[in-house]
Design a protein around this ligand. Structure first.
Ligand SMILES: Nc1nc2c(ncn2[C@@H]2O[C@H](COP(=O)(O)OP(=O)(O)OP(=O)(O)O)[C@@H](O)[C@H]2O)c(=O)[nH]1
Ligand SMILES: [Mg+2]
Length: 371
């Protein structure tokens, strides 16, 4: 690790071995580029990036009526129940249709809020067929008590369809708060009792895994573990799609997301160099600014640094929006990213980082200084 003091408030940390490897790789790509038609290379790279960003991921949230499905859909997308575009939640039966909720920043990732299993319109024996099971990559089966016969039957059917499922025991905050009133309260013991009880209720399912979750307190219990498990068990090509949409509360996920982005930098660097037609003011480099605006917008969204995401975070955590903004040092966060703004920031980067080429910016982790 190499630390560079950029300003009194900002230290830039470079992972030197990675940078060296990345620069070698980019050098090879630069040579390949010199032998090809730049416009064709730019188009090919753009195509590749678009394809990667539009990989569909469809997650079904199911379980009995009132178990907390819609609240989970909102929590998973980093939203509060009363945010615009949130799934309606409530104490009476609320969801009676299969309803898609695309992620606000990544519309190819959709959480599907399914009606409760066993309702008159969706009887248990026809449930999977009626909700169109083939659409979904995996199922999350939610219960706010021990799991019932319908949940077990549903899991067995999903298994028969060769799809994956995960059990979530919801509303854990209610259980903890109720137990807390007892003199000999132990959170650990309470969680173990709930977990054992849930596993016991899933007779007929081989080695069931149950994640204890509160949609109101995501940092409690297994919310992060569930995220990590889903990400790990998805097919490789779908993992990034999930990584980019999970709420920004889990440090492990944030680090993985950063790595996923770093692996894309070379494509942006080569694509932008190949399609270069915008001169960076004050520098001897030209770039494809539109491609870079796309890239930076993508990064800003993924780390929740755009204005709507920051407002949602403020609403959810109670930390005033102005306080969140005050600690952001990048000029590209909480701002509308335009070509002019990006080019201006890039020209200022030259003074800070002493860069001379676009490859310098993007082949090292310097791109991350942008956000
Ligand atoms: N304390 C607590 N309450 C929750 C949690 N999740 C959901 N609830 C409450 O449980 C009730 C039902 O939640 P919903 O998310 O609407 O449940 P649903 O499964 O979508 O219900 P239907 O659409 O009717 O099938 C609401 O009053 C929620 O506020 C949670 O994690 N903790
Ligand atoms: Mg609902």
């Amino acid at each position: 690790m190499k630390k560079v003091q950029l300003s009194p408030r900002c230290v830039f940390v470079q992972d030197v071995p990675d940078v060296a490897a990345a620069e070698k790789n980019v050098d090879r790509k630069r040579q390949a580029l010199q032998n090809k038609d730049p416009a064709a290379v730019a188009a090919k790279i753009q195509q590749h990036l678009e394809k990667q960003d539009n990989i569909p991921l469809n997650i079904a949230i199911t379980g009995e009526s009132g178990s907390g499905k819609s609240s989970f859909v909102n929590a998973f997308r980093g939203m509060s129940d009363d945010d615009e575009g949130a799934a309606p939640t409530g104490v009476k039966q609320t969801t009676s249709e299969v309803t898609p909720y695309p992620h606000p920043n990544y519309s190819s990732v959709t959480l599907w809020d399914l009606p409760g299993i066993g309702t008159t319109k969706f009887p248990a024996d026809k449930y999977l067929e009626l909700v169109g099971f083939e659409t979904f990559d995996f199922f999350i089966i939610i219960s706010d008590t021990r799991f019932r016969e319908n949940d077990v039957k549903l899991a067995q059917e999903i298994q028969r369809m060769k799809k994956k499922f995960y059990f979530v025991r919801s509303k854990i905050d209610n259980d903890i708060n109720a137990e807390r009133r007892k003199r000999d309260f132990s959170a650990e013991r309470t969680l173990k009792v709930i977990r054992d009880d849930c596993v016991h209720s899933l007779q007929g399912i081989e080695s069931p895994r149950v994640f204890l979750v509160s949609s109101f307190k995501q940092h409690w219990c297994d919310f992060f573990l569930l995220q990590e498990t889903l990400e790990r068990e998805l097919p490789m090509k779908k993992r990034d799609a999930l990584l980019f949409v999970m709420p920004n509360f889990n440090p492990e996920i944030i680090i993985k997301r950063k790595k996923a982005f770093q692996s894309k930098l070379k494509y942006y660097a080569i694509g932008s160099a190949a399609g270069a037609h915008d001169q960076v003011p004050g520098l001897s480099i030209a770039v494809d600014a539109a491609l870079l605006v796309d890239a930076v917008t993508h990064y800003v969204h993924a780390f929740g640094l755009d204005i709507p995401s920051l407002k949602r975070l403020s609403h959810r955590t109670g930390v005033p929006y102005t306080d969140l903004r005050a600690i952001i040092i990048s000029p590209l966060a909480a701002a509308e990213i335009t070509t002019e703004l990006l080019l201006k920031v890039m020209s200022q980067l030259e003074e800070l980082l002493n860069i001379s080429t676009l490859f310098d910016v993007m082949s090292s982790s310097k791109m991350f200084y942008l956000i």
